[in-house]
Design a protein around this ligand. Structure first.
Ligand code: SF4
Length: 268
């Protein structure tokens, strides 16, 4: 996933997964005598939630002697998440769909701004399984192909995106973080229960409790499906967004479309 001379940006939110990933990669880098590692953090602008994690990330990076770059939705998209929630036309536009669309772009911009060529995210096995089922429910087969973690180079940014924790259960990462005394965020996002992800997480956890190992079996099936879909010629034609010029499907990318919908609804 990571080669010598790579400049690696790790997306660090302040949760147990991303701080554990930063801790482990930093240890590996120290062993190699390398320092091309930057923690990138996105401040969504969620009052009462993000402040705690920003401080945790800042202190943890300072202890590890890793540079921390913070970008905000406010600066990048002209609005905080709290504002977006008021500006949205209806609850059908869910908090996590807005936030996820902005976050993917924000991480790309942050990684580009620090000159990274590898972006590491701390998605674990549970996260990916939930995403897989969400994509099935949304009828979004193209995105299932994106899950397969071969080094992928896409878009104009030409980053390699890696997921070192993809085969690790979430509870094992919690155990690791506790055992290593890694301080992580305790506060839950106030908008998280709007997402279908919460229901799917509970469903998968119940299945695993009653049928131990079922998550890993499902993970293996997901990877086979994802790999096949990834190697199929895409049925979608990529063009340039007429607003920001990033790669997109259609005239306008999902980020610019989301910003437009929110602003238009706010002005009406
Ligand atoms: Fe954003 Fe949803 Fe995560 Fe909250 S739970 S930070 S709204 S993606």
């Amino acid at each position: 996933m990571i080669r010598h001379n790579d400049r690696v940006a790790i997306a660090v939110s302040g949760g147990k997964d991303s701080l554990s990933l930063l801790y482990i990669i930093k240890k590996i880098f120290d062993r190699w005598g390398r320092s091309d590692l930057i923690a990138i953090t996105i401040d969504e602008g969620i009052k009462g939630y993000r402040e705690e994690s920003l401080q945790i990330v800042k202190d943890f990076c300072s202890d590890l002697k890793v540079e921390n770059k913070i970008l905000t939705y406010k600066d990048l998209f002209g609005m905080e998440m709290d504002q977006a929630m008021i500006m949205r036309p209806s609850k059908k536009m869910t908090s996590c769909s807005i936030c996820g669309t902005f976050r993917r772009r924000a991480i790309d911009i942050a990684a580009e701004s620090v000159g990274a060529n590898v972006v590491a995210t701390a998605h674990n096995l549970d996260d990916q399984l939930q995403t897989f089922i969400i994509n099935i429910f949304a009828g979004d087969s193209e995105r299932i192909g994106w899950i397969y973690p071969d080094p992928i180079r896409y878009g104009t940014n030409n980053f390699k995106k890696v997921k070192p924790f993809i085969e690790i259960y979430e509870r094992e990462i919690v155990f690791y973080a506790l055992q290593k005394k890694i301080p992580f965020q305790s506060e839950e996002c106030p908008y998280m229960h709007e997402s279908i992800r919460t229901d799917i997480r509970e469903f998968i956890s119940k299945m695993e409790k009653n049928h131990a190992g079922i998550k890993y079996n499902a993970y293996n099936s997901m990877m086979k499906i994802s790999e096949k879909l990834k190697t199929l010629p895409s049925i979608y034609k990529y063009t340039k967004c007429s607003v920001c010029q990033k790669d997109c499907l259609g005239d306008i990318c999902s980020v610019c479309r989301t910003v437009q919908i929110l602003n238009n609804n706010n002005n009406n």
